[in-house]
Design a protein around this ligand. Structure first.
Ligand code: HEM
Ligand SMILES: *[C@@H]1O[C@H](CO)[C@@H](O)[C@H](O)[C@H]1NC(C)=O
Length: 337
């Protein structure tokens, strides 16, 4: 269509306006990460429903599966990108070493149920839904089942890595005794600021920590930042100083003994009372960059949920593979041959 010069400004201006609406106002538009809401609407319309049904039935049988998807998403996304590299198993033939065998992954569980979810997807839509999206959506649904924020708008379109980043896991993932500075600098590249970190670590209001990650705070003396009664509970759970890196050693403790299967601000309330389980958890309550947010979230569960949802979305969109990068794995444990 040709237009005269005098009338050409109006359509250009309105096209710009429409473009601006799409990039800023419309949540369905592709985000900066290249992901979008309901990416599988045409290619696999029931994908999100299938994942939700699967997550629900596993949750009904083992509530801790929902806890696992949340931790798994954190590990997958923080190490380079949300690309399901975490899900690749070690393979002697190819020399691939799984990220799951890193010390940072200690205690991770329930990976076998990922296979069940993936099978249900493959039955409905072969080779269509990526393992990276499966994990992001499973974490989203698990969070809702655990009483966290419901219906977090999780964009999709991630593709799967063909490599493991085993050698880089420790460079990206924080450790239980990191300083607040170290933690903030690991989250910052994902666009998660101090407030977002305080919200995201609220994930530790569910699940468990093995004694392996705790004994340094308990022996030879109990860390002075720990409330005495809580210290006594932890020593009862972890009676010796020599906890080994072995999940068959089942000794573990909970951060939140009140509501251990609910994503709520009990985590932040506990921090204010000296009941932080990991050293990093407890440090959030005293560092001037994070302490104000701990107090605010402890006082207001809705505010915590709101910030948690926003930070989870940010984390879940860390550098995804899109377009023709990576692949859609048929089996989440192995690269396609
Ligand atoms: C400074 C950052 C973090 C550190 C150092 C950290 C470290 C840990 C450690 C050491 C455990 C216990 C592992 C074990 O002994 O079994 C754990 C558990 C857990 N973490 Fe984190 N974490 C961090 C941030 C996060 C984030 C951002 C999330 C999710 C948004 C998360 C979700 C979880 C969950 C759900 C569990 C419980 C897992 C279970 O019971 O199976 N963590 N984390
Ligand atoms: C942190 O904990 C690890 C064991 O998980 C230990 O080897 C290391 O020395 C600790 N670092 C500090 C600074 O305490």
């Amino acid at each position: 269509m040709k237009m005269g010069t005098s009338s050409s400004l109006l359509p250009v201006a309105s096209a710009l306006l429409i473009l601006m609406c799409f990039t800023t106002g419309n949540a369905a538009a592709a985000s900066a990460s290249g992901l979008k809401l309901n990416y599988y609407a045409k290619s696999c319309p029931r994908a999100e429903q299938i994942i939700k049904e699967q997550v629900r039935s596993h949750y009904d049988e083992h509530g801790n599966t929902a806890v696992s998807w949340l931790r798994a998403l954190f590990h997958d996304c923080t190490v380079r990108s949300c690309d399901a590299s975490l899900l690749l198993e070690s393979n002697a033939a190819t020399g691939l070493v799984s990220e799951q065998s890193s010390t940072r992954s200690f205690g991770m569980r329930n990976f076998k149920y990922i296979d069940a979810i993936k099978s249900a997807l493959e039955t409905a839509c072969p080779a269509t839904v990526s393992c990276a999206d499966l994990l992001a959506l499973a974490a989203r649904d698990g969070v809702a089942m655990l009483g966290g924020p419901a219906d977090i708008p999780m964009r999709t379109g991630r593709r799967d890595a063909t490599v493991s980043y085993y050698g880089e896991v420790e460079r990206y993932l924080p450790v239980h005794n990191d300083t607040v500075s170290a933690v903030l600098s690991r989250f910052a590249p994902m666009g998660v600021d101090a407030e977002g970190v305080v919200a995201l670590l609220g994930a530790h209001s569910v699940g468990r920590v093995h004694c392996f990650n705790l004994v340094a705070r308990l022996y030879p003396a109990v860390d002075g930042a720990i409330e005495p009664a809580y210290g006594a509970y932890l020593r009862e759970r972890c009676p010796t100083a020599d906890a080994v890196e072995d999940t068959r050693d089942v000794a573990y403790a909970r951060n939140d003994r009140g509501t251990p299967m609910v994503i709520d601000n009990m985590y932040h309330k506990n921090l204010l009372k000296g009941r932080g389980l990991l050293l990093v958890d407890q440090r959030l309550a005293t560092d001037p960059r994070t302490a104000p947010f701990v107090k605010k979230m402890a006082a207001d569960n809705a505010y915590f949920h709101d910030r948690f949802a926003a930070a989870l979305v940010k984390m879940s969109e860390n550098g995804p593979l899109t377009g023709d990068k990576g692949e859609v794995r048929k089996d989440c444990k192995f690269v396609n041959s």
